[in-house]
Ligand binder design. Structure first.
Ligand SMILES: [Zn+2]
Length: 315
């Protein structure tokens, strides 16, 4: 009996193998469905009176839509991070799916091989544009409830040597995470680990009705005054990790996952791009309760309204 691949139109119904089978037209339909769930609307004027231009000759691009009102022409990639890209739509969809389904992320080299891209540079730029789409899906509001706050150092793996300091005092970049119990996370690189920097970040990201939970680092002391739930801490220096309800274990799991990604997938992350990787990990964390396809759809939704040039990415 001949095998008939199932007809899917939504990424959330697709496994990796189905995404790999998409034709260029199917990939376009998937992207159009995500961008215009209620029907195609002209990105220039908003009109829904649109018609497809049939690609009868080689001169007409596939997927061109014309607006009957403003007479403008557009495709599904106009005004998104995919605009003017030489990468095919099926490669874009696969790249989104890949970066959303691998918990520890995917290196540009791996993307280059999986997608059959000609150059590493193309894969690298592709990955950065997808990160920009993920970064667009920031949280709607402030973190609330029990919010665990912790900091760590990320950068090259320190060589095993007695002269090599680990953690505080090294040249690695400090990264901070703020994470709700069973909820969303915000993570970002910070200039330095001091009371001013850490407490400012907490005030900027956490609702005042919350409870702040940290370890016994002195920089956090006093922060509780501004929060209804106050500040509770566990005393890591005496080996205390959980006391009743109080813990920073979720924040530490977040860092454990991120470090496995950084050391296992990227091997090296430049300080300059660290904030983007932080946003990428936070995006996957904040969409961890949905399946890979739905997570990819969420990332694709973030692709609209952003343009990223190669030059802007490099510097
Ligand atoms: Zn229009």
């Amino acid at each position: 009996m001949k095998f008939m691949p199932p007809k899917f139109t939504k990424l959330e119904d697709m496994a990796s193998i189905d995404v790999g089978r998409l034709t260029e037209d199917e990939a376009r339909a998937v992207l159009e469905g995500i961008r215009w769930p209620k029907g195609i609307a002209c990105p220039h004027c908003g009109s829904m009176r649109v018609k497809r231009i049939e690609a009868k000759s080689e001169k007409v691009r596939d997927g061109v839509i014309q607006c009957n009102d403003c007479k403008g022409q557009f495709t599904v990639t106009v005004g998104t991070i995919m605009h003017r890209s030489h990468i095919t739509l099926r490669q874009w969809v696969q790249a989104f799916y890949s970066m959303c389904s691998h918990k520890k992320s995917v290196s540009a080299l791996q993307l280059q091989r999986n997608l059959g891209l000609h150059t590493y540079r193309a894969a690298w730029f592709l990955a950065h544009r997808i990160r920009a789409a993920m970064a667009g899906k920031t949280l709607a509001g402030m973190l609330h409830g029990d919010v665990q706050v912790d900091e760590t150092y990320i950068g090259g793996k320190p060589k095993r040597s007695p002269n090599n300091k680990r953690g505080r005092g090294t040249k690695k970049t400090p990264v901070m995470v703020l994470v709700e119990r069973n909820g969303d996370a915000v993570s970002k690189p910070i200039e330095r680990v001091d009371a001013d920097t850490l407490q400012t970040a907490i005030r900027e990201n956490v609702d005042q009705q919350s409870t702040i939970m940290t370890d016994d680092l002195r920089c956090y002391s006093g922060v509780g005054q501004e929060f209804a739930g106050g500040h509770l801490s566990v005393n890591h220096s005496t080996g205390e990790y959980v006391r009743g309800n109080v813990t920073t274990n979720t924040a530490e799991s977040y860092f454990a996952l991120m470090k496995r990604g950084v050391h296992g997938t990227y091997h090296h992350i430049s300080k300059h791009h660290l904030d983007k990787y932080c946003q990428e990990f936070a995006f996957r964390w904040n969409h961890r309760k949905v399946n890979d396809g739905a997570r990819a759809e969420a990332a694709i939704m973030g692709a609209e309204g952003k343009r990223l040039t190669y030059k802007k990415t490099v510097c």
